[in-house]
Design a protein around this ligand. Structure first.
Ligand code: ZN
Length: 327
């Protein structure tokens, strides 16, 4: 019996590895297919591919965190029936391009099969392309079109943020991550999720504290947009970065900011954003009320509410990945 254990263990390990490899291959294929669809729409509409990618990713993120929407697919843009068929169309499930057009619905036949199918990615993208084209092809035209469609500033800024990231890096796979401190330097951190704070009263602790020497570089863990930079009474000098999955990464108690760091700037994993410090718990500039550390938090939102989740397991994973890369 004892002899079996290593074999079973090796088999399990192998299964895990092969599943992971298959996933990566699937991901690569999926990104390729998606990019081909976006570039096709760019050719048809003259609207750059990264706007379609930005909209698609914004809607995909919503689907991961909301149960009232269908599961994400190659293209994840969800157009409600009344918008697709036209608000006055008596047939809410209409897929006939002629009658949809008569009722001024958005529904379009993008793959030339004679049907405007609300659940077909190519048809949906074509509908989005046609809708955007009504407003024009400049950045401002697109922002206006998005605002008219979503009716929410936040949706527009998230989509434009996504589009800027895609444009900057020229690819769809922006999932790579980095550890927030240079791996191999001296730092310590423990899993303290939900523990009482050592300082700052009785709010629960939403994040992980990484203790390190004053001034050690703090790096962005993800591709993202710098959404917030400034002073907060508790967090001191802090930075907020939103990534392509609409996860918000929060870095607090910094000694200061990296030269030239600006709100709206696009960063990648490893971009230095500031230094480890001990700022906070007082008016701007207050420092030294506790030992220097980076407070790192991760937040999700579903367009209605925002919640924090435990960064510790992710930090361990990213640290391990970087160690393995170095070896
Ligand atoms: Zn903390």
């Amino acid at each position: 019996m004892l002899k079996l254990i290593p074999l079973v263990f090796i088999a399990m390990l192998w299964m895990n590895l092969s599943v992971e490899a298959a996933d990566n291959k699937d991901d690569e294929q999926m990104y390729k297919e998606r990019m081909a669809l976006f570039q096709k729409m760019e050719a048809v509409t003259n609207i750059p591919w990264y706007y379609f990618a930005g909209i698609d990713q914004y809607e995909r993120n919503l689907r991961f965190v909301r149960k009232d929407l269908p599961e994400p697919d190659t293209i994840s843009i969800y157009i409600p029936e009344y918008k697709w068929a036209g608000p006055l169309n008596p047939n809410a499930e209409d897929s006939n391009p002629a009658s949809i057009s008569l009722f001024q619905g958005l529904g379009t036949d993008g793959n030339a099969d004679g049907k405007a199918n609300r659940l077909d990615g190519e048809d949906v993208l074509a509908a989005v392309g046609r809708y955007l084209s009504m407003y024009g092809t400049t950045h401002d035209d697109i922002k206006i079109a998005l605002w008219r469609y979503y009716g929410r500033d936040k949706a527009v800024s998230l989509i434009i943020g996504n589009a800027n990231m895609y444009k900057t890096f020229g690819k769809l796979d922006l999932q790579e991550k980095a550890f927030p401190l240079p791996v191999g330097t001296h730092y310590t951190y423990k899993n303290t999720w939900g523990a009482a704070r050592g300082w700052g009263g009785r709010r629960i602790h939403e994040g992980t504290d990484l203790f390190a020497d004053y001034g050690l570089p703090v790096r962005s863990t993800s591709y993202g947009v710098v959404e917030m930079k400034g002073w907060n009474r508790y967090g001191g000098w802090r930075v907020g970065i939103r990534d392509i999955n609409n996860t918000y990464h929060y870095y607090a108690h910094l000694s200061g900011f990296a030269d030239g760091l600006e709100i709206g700037q696009i960063v990648k994993p490893g971009t230095v954003i500031g230094g480890v410090g001990s700022t906070g718990y007082g008016p701007p500039g207050t420092s030294g009320k506790f030992p220097p550390h980076l407070h790192y938090g991760m937040y999700k939102d579903n367009g209605r509410t925002e919640w924090s989740f435990d960064p510790y397991p992710h930090l361990r994973q990213w640290e391990r990945n970087e160690r393995n890369k170095k070896n």
